[in-house]
Design a protein around this ligand. Structure first.
Ligand code: SF4
Length: 292
């Protein structure tokens, strides 16, 4: 209920007072990861490591600015620790502080239990494709998912040139896994340059069309308005209501936002969902309420 009241107040402020509080803070706990995926160079970055005290400071300051949604990310957040503190201590602190939503983005290689409100696990295709992209990990991740009792567990699937043809079979497969509440689809964004995982706009639109059709049959979390907006590529980019904090700095929207040049090719479709929610599209609001 408090999520709903917060959402209604946020939308009223947005439309009536034309004022937006900060909405989401992504906290990069560190750049360490126990996988080496083809599309990611995070472990090559400087060895950013957040102390528990720094995490508390950022959580407090974002809360004072009006933020109530926290995303924990990395690297791999489940393997972060600072002396005796681990990720769960950060989750518990944020919940006690009064955050309405604490979300974890994980590669799923650890046991998937947490007091966080939602866990998103990255799975980029069926066994052969996923393992080609992320290294041998599919079976372990699926075992961890099947053993999890978390009530709000979702999968993130980032579409690229390698896994684009797995989508229908993947949706069918996921429908049979009761622990997974749904799949959220992103597109590969050329954060690190135009590699062979990239897909052109025309192909993206064909895939989006397919997702719109598949959505009536399968547990797809992207909303119809979000998918249609992605087709038009008209969602607001480079948004300052979403921030990422890493190594003493806040980044507007995402860490790779050097000068906004990438935004037109951004595949981070959860921001398309936020944009459509702010535009009061019912489908996007219903979808957001599932994991916010
Ligand atoms: S590429 Fe642009 S729109 Fe996409 S997440 Fe980064 S800053 Fe935001």
């Amino acid at each position: 209920m408090k999520h709903l009241i917060y959402g209604i107040k946020y939308l009223a402020k947005h439309w009536i007072l034309r004022k937006d509080d900060p909405l989401i803070c992504g906290l990069v706990l560190h750049n360490k990861c126990n996988l080496q995926c083809r599309h990611c160079t995070i472990i090559d970055r400087e060895n950013a490591h957040m102390s528990f005290e720094e995490a508390v400071k950022v959580i407090d300051s974002f809360y004072s600015d009006g933020g109530r949604c926290l995303y924990l990310e990395g690297g791999e957040p489940f393997i972060w620790h600072d002396n005796s503190h681990n990720m769960e201590d950060v989750v518990i602190y944020a919940k006690k502080k009064g955050y309405y939503t604490v979300v974890i983005y994980t590669n799923g290689m650890q046991t998937l239990e947490s007091d966080a409100d939602t866990i998103f696990v990255s799975v980029d295709g069926l066994l052969k494709t996923h393992d080609y992209i992320r290294g041998k990990s599919f079976e372990r991740i699926l075992t961890n998912i099947e053993r999890s009792n978390h009530p709000s567990l979702y999968v993130n699937y980032t579409i690229n040139s390698v896994n684009k043809d797995d989508i229908s079979d993947f949706c069918k497969y996921i429908n049979e896994v009761p622990q997974i509440k749904g799949t959220f689809f992103y597109f590969h964004t050329p954060y690190y340059g135009y590699d062979n995982l990239n897909i052109d706009l025309e192909t993206k639109n064909k895939i989006l069309n397919k997702l719109i059709k598949l959505k009536s049959r399968y547990k797809i979390l992207n909303s119809f308005p979000g998918l249609r907006s992605a087709m038009r590529n008209d969602w607001k980019k480079n948004v300052d209501i979403c921030r990422v904090y890493e190594d003493g700095k806040y980044f507007k929207c995402c860490r790779e936002n050097k000068n906004g040049a990438l935004c037109n090719e951004c595949g981070y479709l959860s921001y398309a969902e936020i944009d459509q929610t702010l535009k009061l599209k019912p489908g996007a609001i219903i979808s957001a309420l599932k994991y916010f």
